[in-house]
Design a protein around this ligand. Structure first.
Ligand code: AMP
Ligand code: MG
Length: 418
């Protein structure tokens, strides 16, 4: 068996996942920021609050297509008649104040003329053209309309100095609209960290190489590069490292030099060629764990020259679950997110499941659906940590604690990644 003077690998106790998360999160560097044009800001994380520079609407405006009436500070009564002085389209203005008993035809969003105190919608009016062509038409009101109806006050949406978007929030389409309204044309966001991914294993076929002998495809690297991208960071392919201590060390040192974070897979458990965990110790500060969870138990975390390194297990399902639970939150925090963790929610479990008693939390890959009673989660067939096909048919995990008997319909904590 491979040995390392500082290892003692088999003696490692199980560590609860939350403790490992705390250790990782406490060593994540804070976000760096850059300005991006609003049009390119979708999905980025705001580095500062966005405060409005102006009022919106900027003026009193009509909420309806209809007539703006001057009622002398009162509402309009059904049966009353007003003289129509003209039409205000959206984007146009009618600057003259109306006199008592006067009206303008007005479109939604157009400025309400001075002294108009009611807008009545066109459906509640009857218009009477004047028999003489150049004399004003009149409009008859067919319903009682309260004072102030259908008029949007200036600043009813936002006022100067009001908070529009919070620092740490993800910019979504509605956030882009809110920021456009507030005034800025660019926003400060968390800079996207560069995240290098390298895999280990002599059994992995080279990129583009045909499978033969005991080779298997390297599915972890493209999976994690995509996961890094989906998490909002810049993926860097740092290649495949063989199962040899010196090349592993060189490869990891190279990855550290070119990235803000490094992710490796494989070589962190008890195999004869599992060098990654020991190489990390040689290169910088590192800690090895057996996390009290399945899949994803073997894990090493290092900080080498300021760069956090996540050494995930080689089994692809373990690698992905560990990415979701340990790496993604760190990357989101480094982007400046105020909510780096995906939420856990209670969902109904679809099956009976006898308790396990190994002291680990089992994260079963599940497929979820909404039914009349809420969210229902069903474990996918193929819960082995090598069964990638089942993982891709799942959209999250349900957490089953050691010692807990679960019956169909019981609520279980569930995390959905899709
Ligand atoms: P290891 O953690 O290196 O002992 O690998 C555990 C299992 O995961 C083995 O069956 C490996 O063949 C498999 N494995 C390791 N790395 C990868 C990878 N990049 N893609 C697919 N399978 C892998
Ligand atoms: Mg290996």
């Amino acid at each position: 068996m491979h040995s390392d003077p500082t290892s003692g690998s088999t003696a490692l106790p199980l560590t609860p996942l939350n403790e490992v998360i705390d250790i990782v999160m406490s060593r994540v560097p804070g976000p760096q920021t850059e300005d991006v044009p609003l049009a390119e800001s979708l999905g980025r994380i705001l580095a500062e609050d966005v405060v409005s520079q102006r009022s919106l609407p900027p003026f009193r405006s009509s909420a309806m297509d209809g007539y703006a009436l001057c009622c002398g500070g009162h509402g309009a009564l059904s049966g009353s008649t007003f003289e129509v002085l003209g039409t205000v389209a959206a984007g146009a203005t009618f600057g003259d104040a109306l006199g008592l008993g006067q009206a303008v035809r007005i479109m939604t969003g157009a400025p309400v003329p001075p002294k108009a105190d009611v807008v009545v919608m066109v459906e509640q009016t009857t218009s009477h053209p004047h028999p003489v062509s150049d004399r004003p038409d009149t409009v008859e009101i067919n319903a009682d309309v309260a004072h102030g109806s259908n008029i949007r006050r200036a600043g009813e949406d936002i006022k100067p100095g009001e908070l529009v978007l919070h620092a740490g929030a993800v910019i979504d389409p509605t956030g882009i609209a809110a920021a456009v309204n507030a005034g800025p044309t660019s926003v400060p966001v968390g800079k996207r960290p560069r995240v290098a991914v390298c895999t280990t294993g002599d059994e992995l076929a080279g990129d583009g190489e045909k499978l033969s002998g005991a080779k298997i495809p390297d599915s972890n690297r493209p999976m994690l590069l995509a996961a890094v991208d989906a998490a909002g960071c810049i993926p860097i392919d740092a290649g495949r490292l063989g199962d040899e201590r010196a090349t592993t060390e060189r490869g990891i040192a190279r990855a550290v030099a070119m990235a803000d974070f490094v992710i490796t897979t494989g070589g962190v458990s008890a195999g004869d060629f599992d060098y990654v965990q020991y190489v990390l110790g040689d290169l910088g500060w590192s800690q090895r764990f057996r996390i009290a969870m399945k899949p994803g138990k073997p894990f090493s975390f290092a900080v080498i020259e300021g760069t956090p390194v996540f050494a995930l297990p080689g089994n692809p399902v373990s690698a992905y679950v560990a990415f979701e639970l340990l790496v993604r939150p760190a990357l989101r925090a480094a982007l400046g997110s105020s909510a780096p963790f995906r939420p856990w929610a209670q969902a109904r479990f679809a099956d009976d499941r006898p308790a396990h008693h190994d002291g680990k939390t089992h994260f079963l890959r599940i497929a979820s659906l909404w039914d009349d009673h809420g969210l229902l989660v069903k474990p996918v067939t193929g819960q082995g940590s090598h069964q990638m096909a089942a993982l891709s048919l799942s959209n999250g995990i349900a957490a089953l604690e050691s010692g807990r008997d679960v019956h169909a319909g019981d609520l279980v904590p569930t995390l959905l990644w899709r």
